[in-house]
Ligand binder design. Structure first.
Ligand SMILES: Cc1cc2nc3c(=O)[nH]c(=O)nc-3n(C[C@H](O)[C@H](O)[C@H](O)COP(=O)(O)O)c2cc1C
Ligand code: SF4
Length: 496
C-alpha cells in the first residue's frame, strides 16, 4: 500500500492538512501524520514514500490526490530535505520533527530517542551537569543564562524535593519553535526533562503551556502518558496558562502553577534555591531542555563545536512577519541577520524592500538593513542594542510606520504589565501618551527628550525584563528610523 506523510501540526492544519489527509485515507492510502518540517509556504505538504526516500508535493489540496499519486502534480518538490531551505540547516534539536509520527514510541526509539537519557542515567548527576556545562548550552528562553550552571545550583541546593519546570509559555511575537517541537517531537522534550531530573535530583516536572496552544497541550499529555514507564521514576504533568504574557517570566510562571495570579517575584531568592512551592527548581525553556538529549547522546563537544563566540550549538530560528519563506530554521550561531532575512527568508512576501526586522519578540530591537551584517550571537546583538531572545524574527517592508511600532511597544507593556513596579506600570502608559504627542507633532524635541528619559527609568528601574526591555524597540526605532518621528530635529535628538 502506498504510504504518505502529512503534518498534523497546528499551522499545517490551519492551512488544510486535515482535509488533505482525509482525502488520501478515502483514496485507500496509508497516511502517517507527522510534525511539520517548518517551511509553511509548502504546507499542506504531502510526502510520498518511494524506494529511496520520500518525494514531496506542496502545497496541495484534497482535490490533488490522484495527481500526487501519479507524480504529475505541478507542486512537486522532490526530496524535501534537499531543498535550499533545509539543506543548510543543522537540525540537532529538530532532527525528527516532520519526519516521524510524534506519538509513535517505536519510531522515536528508532531515530535515536532515549539514547541521551540512558547515557545520563549511566552517569552520576554531577557528570551529567558537567556534560551540559561543557556543551556551552545557554537558556533559549531569552536571557541566555548557562544551563549547566543553573543545573549545578539546583544539584547543590539541599532538600529532598526538587522540581523541573518547562517554560512553554512562548509569548513572544513571531515565535513558534516551542510549539513545533511539542507537537512534532514531544518525547524529545520529555526525555530532556527526565535528563534534567536525573542531573539535579528531581523526580517531578511540570510543563507550563499557554492556553493558545491546545494541540500542543493535547499532544504533550498523550506523549506523557505513553512514555510514563520509559521515564519512570521521573513523572510529569502539563499545566495550562491563562493568556498573560508576564506568566512566561519564570517567577510569575511559578506563582501561576501554584494557583496564584502570575506576578513577578523579587530575586533573590533564585528559583534554583527557592522555586516552585519553595523548593529548588530548574526552570528552563522548551528548547533548552530539548537540546539535552542530543548533548547527552552525542557528547558535549559535538554541540560545542558548532556556534560563534560564546554562543555555542544551534539555535532554532523562527522567521516570521512579511517574509516569503516563513518558518523554522535551525542552524549554528553566527549566521548573519541578512542571510536569514534575504537569503533563507527570501525577502518580503509583499515584494517590497525590507525596512526593519524585529529580533527577539515584543521586547526586541528593530534593525535596519544597514545592520544585516550582524552575526546571530548573544554578545553581538547585545552590543548592537538588541537581544536574541527566543530567536524570533519579524520582518517588515518599507510601508511600516516605526513611530507606530514604538507606540505599540509601550502599549503592549501597559497591557501586559503585572503592575508590581512603578516604572513599568505607570511608565508604559506615560510612554504611549508621549509617543502620541510626538506623532501629533506636539513639541517634538521636548517630548523626545522625555521619552528617552522615561526609557532610561524603565530600563534601570523595572523589576523584570518586561518593563526593563520595552525601551529596546522604542529606542532602536528612534535611533535607526528617526525620520518617522518628526523629521530633522528628531534626527538630531535621536543621534545624540
Ligand atoms: C515578560 C517575560 C516573558 C517571558 N516569557 C518567556 C517565555 O514565554 N518562554 C520562556 O522560555 N522564557 C520566557 N521568559 C524568560 C524566563 O523568565 C526565563 O528566563 C526562562 O524561562 C529561563 O529558561 P532558559 O534558561 O532555558 O532560557 C520571559 C521573561 C520575561 C521577563
Ligand atoms: S517590570 Fe512590569 S511586569 Fe515586571 S515586575 Fe515590574 S510591573 Fe511587573
Amino acid at each position: 500500500m502506498t504510504r504518505v506523510f502529512i503534518s498534523r501540526d497546528m499551522a499545517s492544519v490551519a492551512l488544510g492538512a486535515d482535509e488533505v489527509a482525509r482525502a488520501f485515507v478515502d483514496a485507500g492510502v496509508e497516511v502517517v501524520r507527522t510534525g511539520s518540517r517548518g517551511l509553511f509556504r509548502i504546507e499542506p505538504l504531502v510526502e510520498v514514500e518511494v524506494p529511496d526516500g520520500r518525494t514531496g508535493y506542496g502545497p496541495v489540496g484534497p482535490e490533488d490526490v490522484s495527481a500526487v499519486l501519479a507524480g504529475t502534480h505541478p507542486n512537486r518538490l522532490g526530496d524535501v530535505e534537499a531543498m535550499p531551505f533545509f539543506v543548510g540547516q543543522q537540525r540537532f534539536t529538530f532532527a525528527r520533527c516532520g519526519v516521524i509520527d510524534p506519538l509513535d514510541m517505536d519510531a522515536y526509539a528508532a531515530q535515536g530517542g532515549w539514547v541521551g537519557l540512558d547515557a545520563a542515567r549511566a552517569m552520576v548527576p554531577a557528570e551529567v551537569v558537567a556534560v551540559v556545562r561543557d556543551s556551552g548550552l545557554r537558556g533559549r528562553g531569552g536571557a541566555g543564562f548557562p544551563t549547566g550552571i543553573k543545573w549545578q545550583t539546583v544539584l547543590a541546593a539541599p532538600g529532598p524535593e526538587k522540581f523541573i519546570v518547562c517554560n512553554a509559555d512562548e509569548g513572544d511575537s513571531g515565535t513558534f519553535a516551542d510549539r513545533l517541537l511539542m507537537e512534532g517531537d514531544p518525547f524529545c522534550l520529555i526525555e530532556g526533562m527526565a535528563i534534567a531530573g536525573h542531573a539535579v535530583g528531581a523526580d517531578y516536572g511540570y510543563v507550563y503551556i499557554r492556553s493558545e496552544y491546545p494541540f500542543a497541550v493535547a499532544t504533550m499529555r498523550d506523549a506523557i502518558s505513553r512514555s510514563a514507564d520509559r521515564v519512570a521514576p521521573f513523572r510529569l504533568e502539563v499545566r495550562v496558562g491563562a493568556g498573560a504574557y508576564v506568566c512566561g517570566e519564570e517567577t510569575a510562571l511559578l506563582d501561576s502553577i501554584e494557583g496564584r495570579r502570575g506576578q513577578v517575584r523579587a530575586k533573590p531568592p533564585l528559583p534554583a534555591i527557592k522555586g516552585l512551592f519553595g523548593k529548588p527548581t530548574v526552570i528552563n525553556n522548551v528548547l533548552s531542555l530539548a537540546a539535552a538529549p542530543f548533548i547527552l547522546s552525542h557528547g558535549a563537544s559535538a554541540y560545542a563545536d558548532v556556534g560563534f563566540g560564546r554562543s555555542r550549538g544551534t539555535m532554532p530560528i523562527q522567521i516570521a512577519g512579511n517574509v516569503r519563506n516563513g518558518g523554522l530554521y535551525e542552524v549554528g550561531f553566527g549566521v548573519t541577520l541578512g542571510e536569514l532575512v534575504n537569503g533563507i527568508g527570501g525577502g518580503t512576501e509583499s515584494g517590497r524592500p525590507v525596512r526593519a526586522v524585529q529580533v527577539g519578540g515584543p521586547l526586541g530591537a528593530y534593525f535596519p538593513p544597514s545592520m544585516f551584517h550582524l552575526p546571530f550571537d548573544y554578545e553581538a546583538f547585545a552590543a548592537a542594542g538588541g537581544l536574541i531572545g527566543h530567536a524570533g524574527l519579524t520582518v517588515f517592508d518599507d510601508t511600516v510606520d516605526m513611530a507606530g511600532m514604538a507606540r505599540f511597544a509601550m502599549e503592549f507593556c501597559a497591557a501586559e504589565s503585572c503592575g508590581k513596579c512603578t516604572p513599568c506600570r505607570i511608565g508604559s502608559t506615560r510612554g504611549v501618551e508621549t509617543v502620541d504627542r510626538i506623532i501629533a507633532g506636539d513639541r517634538i524635541d521636548e517630548n523626545l527628550e522625555i521619552l528617552r528619559d522615561l526609557c532610561d527609568t524603565m530600563k534601570f528601574g523595572s523589576l523584570c525584563a518586561l518593563g526593563g526591555f520595552t525601551p529596546y524597540p522604542v529606542l532602536s526605532a528612534l535611533e535607526h528610523f528617526p525620520e518617522d518621528f518628526g523629521g530633522v530635529s528628531a534626527f538630531a535628538t535621536a543621534a545624540e
